[in-house]
Each structure stands twice: as structure tokens, then as C-alpha cells.
Design a protein around this ligand. Structure first.
Ligand SMILES: [Zn+2]
Length: 414
């Protein structure tokens, strides 16, 4: 491989993935527009035309905006790599620090801070224009800025020591550094899973124990029936930021918590809440959570090994616009460029995710009433203005959940 050949390969892959993203988005918008005039037969009487059209418009607006942000992301990546942005960020610290680890950290932090600042206008537009136009945004600009500041501080407190450790291992551990880094990464991820529910999530939201005694009793009966132990049932003030609703589990082992968004509790009946919870329990019972964690760990081992091979070659650096190879720049380049080459894995990971959703639905239908789950889903589609008629190919590529018609159709047969 020569540097210029690798540059051509990279630019070609970037062009192809960007075109593929734009093409899929165009298909999605066209498909939604073609089905905008009528509510699909299966949802007659449950979703009215106005709600259906709001979902169509909201989804199209978001998809159209995602086309713009895909173009911007591609341009930014080009500027950082072939345009010499990363090399510039590295040169800036050449005289400020003598240790390669400190130089590397400074370059990585600068590139990350710059890209998040440049991405910020897109996020602001999404939140304060698109989400606001459809009545979903509940955030003030003040809260947005406080969130951003908190995330940045949290990123620094957690991320900087991790980055320092990783770079040190890469420098000092010889040929097999990737095994050591992987070990640190696995421990760090597990630690984060433990810390998240009790220390990190409360920095952003309030979690109050579920008060409603009758609902609590119903849920506890369901948990017992499913042989499930959780440390508590909590209600999160999701309405502080957005009108979108959700329910989830955090933590693992005995420290599992069940969290309901207040927005969801306000909308669903007790039996629908039970059905949604049974679906989430299904993810645990069918070991989806464990499988997902195991897959992530296996993938990261493979990626670190790949990085160890790539950084031995000059073409990897020079082909991506870096003239002073170093371990830190290898790490940075690898994680910036990798999504371009792994884009084609999307349909595979989405298919696995949809398979898990079907299994969790089947579990919920066994433990509770399938009709309750489907009426809860219909309310959630409506409240979140999720389209009922996505483009099949777009869904196959990206959707983590089965399309509404197929999912509800399957529930009716259970
Ligand atoms: Zn699910």
C-alpha cells in the first residue's frame, strides 16, 4: 500500500458513504411523502390524519436536516485529515510539551473540542428550531448551556485520565499494547456501568422513587412473576428537556434500577405501563444486554488489534494527511476514520437489534397482554411523532426497532 493509494481509497470510501447516506435519506423523504395523505389501514381509528401528517412532516424535516449535517461531517473529516487539520493541531503543541504523551493528549483534546464546537450549531438548530417547531423541546438556552458545560467537565474528569492511561500503555507496552489497552477499556466500561445510575445520571436529572402505590404494587407483582430483582423504581423528570417519553433499565446485577420518564407515566394506563416494562424485562431475560456488552468488547478487541497493525505503516499516517506519525495521532485518526469503513455494518447491527425487539415483544406478550403493548406503542408513535410509514430500505439500514406496521402486525398474532 502506498500513501497516495490509501488517500484515494479513503476519499473514495468517504464519497461513497456520504452518497449512500444522502440517497437513503432521499428515499425516506419520498416514501413518507407518498404515504402522507392517508393513515395506514392498520391504524385507522387509533391515529388520526392530523397526527399522521405531523409525524410525516417531523420525520421529513429531521431527515432533510440530517442530509445537511452528513455533508458537513464529511467536509469536516476531510479538513481534519487530507486538509491537514490534525497535523496543524499536533504542530501547535510541538514546543509547549516535551513528552510525546502530553503532546498527543493536547492534540487530541484540541481536535475534539474544535469538532464539538463546530457541530454545536447543528445541535442547537435541531433542539431549538426543529424540536421546538413540533412542540417537543422543553429546554431553555440556559439549561442547554449548563448541560453542555456539565458534559464537558464530566468528559474531562473521566476522559482525560483514561486517555492518559491509554497513551501511556501504547507507548510503553511494546508489541502487545493493544491487549493491555483492551483490558483497561473493559474495566473502565464496567466501572462506568456501575457509576452511571447513581453518580452520573443524577447530575442531569432528578430521580424520585415511584410514588403511585397501586402502580408500584402491580409492577412488583410483575417483577416477581418474571423472577427479576431491581433495586428500585424511579421516575425521571424527562419533561425538563423534552416531551418525548421512554422507560429504561440501568445498572446490572443487584443494583439494577428501573426508570420511567414522567412524560411516559402521564400518558399510559397502568396496564400499558406494565406491558412496556415487560418488554424491557424481555431484553434482560433473553440476555440481550449481556450479548450487547459482549459484542462491544469483542469488537473493541478486534479494532485495537487492527489499529496496532495499521500504525506500523507509514501509509496509514501519510495517506490521511499526517506527516509526523505518533501513537496519539494514530489513535485519533483511527477513531475518526473508522466509521467510514464500518458504515456497511449498519444493516447487520440494525438487524440484530430488530431481532431483539421482536424477542422482547414476544416475552412481553407472554407475561402481559399483547394488546396493551400494542396500544402503548401506538400512543408512543403518536406522542413521539414517529412515522408509521418509513422507507423499507432506510429502515433495513438504520432502524433499531421494527417498522410500526410490521411490529404491531406481529403483536396481533401473539
Ligand atoms: Zn426494546
Amino acid at each position: 500500500m502506498t500513501s497516495s493509494l490509501f488517500s484515494v481509497l479513503f476519499a473514495g470510501a468517504l464519497l461513497l458513504t456520504t452518497l449512500a447516506k444522502l440517497w437513503l435519506a432521499r428515499r425516506q423523504i419520498a416514501h413518507i411523502a407518498a404515504h402522507r395523505s392517508a393513515v395506514p389501514q392498520a391504524f385507522h381509528g387509533q391515529i388520526d390524519l392530523a397526527a399522521h401528517q405531523k409525524a410525516a412532516d417531523y420525520t421529513s424535516t429531521k431527515t432533510r436536516f440530517s442530509m445537511l449535517s452528513s455533508l458537513f461531517d464529511a467536509a469536516l473529516l476531510l479538513a481534519f485529515t487530507l486538509g491537514g487539520g490534525i497535523q496543524w493541531a499536533a504542530d501547535l503543541w510541538q514546543h509547549a510539551y516535551t513528552s510525546p504523551v502530553a503532546q498527543g493528549m493536547a492534540a487530541i483534546v484540541l481536535v475534539m473540542v474544535l469538532s464539538s464546537l463546530l457541530e454545536m450549531p447543528f445541535d442547537l438548530y435541531r433542539t431549538f428550531v426543529i424540536e421546538a417547531r413540533y412542540g417537543f423541546n422543553k429546554m431553555t438556552l440556559g439549561l442547554y448551556l449548563i448541560d453542555a458545560l456539565k458534559s464537558m467537565l464530566l468528559g474531562a474528569v473521566i476522559g482525560l485520565p483514561l486517555l492518559f492511561g491509554v497513551l501511556l500503555l501504547m507507548e510503553r507496552m511494546g508489541e502487545n499494547w493493544w491487549l493491555y489497552v483492551w483490558g483497561v477499556w473493559v474495566m473502565f466500561s464496567l466501572l462506568l456501568l456501575f457509576l452511571y445510575p447513581t453518580f452520573i445520571a443524577p447530575l442531569f436529572n432528578k430521580f424520585l422513587p415511584l410514588q403511585d402505590a397501586s402502580l408500584k404494587a402491580r409492577i412488583e407483582t410483575l417483577l416477581q412473576k418474571c423472577g427479576f430483582t431491581a433495586q428500585g423504581l424511579f421516575v425521571m423528570d424527562g419533561s425538563k428537556r423534552s416531551a418525548h417519553g421512554n422507560a429504561y433499565f440501568t445498572g446490572f446485577g443487584k443494583s439494577k434500577r428501573i426508570v420511567f420518564f414522567d412524560t411516559l407515566l402521564a400518558r399510559l394506563t397502568p396496564s400499558e405501563i406494565e406491558a412496556v416494562l415487560a418488554h424491557e424485562l424481555g431484553h434482560f431475560k433473553r440476555r440481550h444486554v449481556l450479548k450487547r456488552i459482549a459484542t462491544t468488547f469483542a469488537m473493541s478487541l478486534a479494532l485495537l488489534w487492527l489499529l496496532a497493525q495499521l500504525m506500523k505503516s507509514g501509509w496509514f499516517f501519510h495517506g490521511l494527511g499526517v506527516t509526523t506519525p505518533s501513537t496519539a495521532l494514530a489513535l485519533l485518526l483511527f477513531f475518526m476514520v473508522m466509521p467510514i469503513f464500518s458504515f456497511l455494518l449498519h444493516p447487520l447491527t440494525s438487524a440484530f437489534s430488530r431481532k431483539h425487539e421482536f424477542e422482547a415483544d414476544a416475552y412481553a406478550a407472554q407475561q402481559t397482554d399483547a394488546g396493551d403493548l400494542s396500544s402503548a406503542l401506538v400512543k408512543m408513535y403518536q406522542d413521539n411523532a414517529a412515522t408509521l410509514t418509513p422507507d423499507p430500505l432506510y429502515s433495513m439500514f438504520y432502524a433499531s426497532h421494527p417498522p410500526a406496521l410490521i411490529r404491531i402486525g406481529r403483536l396481533q398474532t401473539l
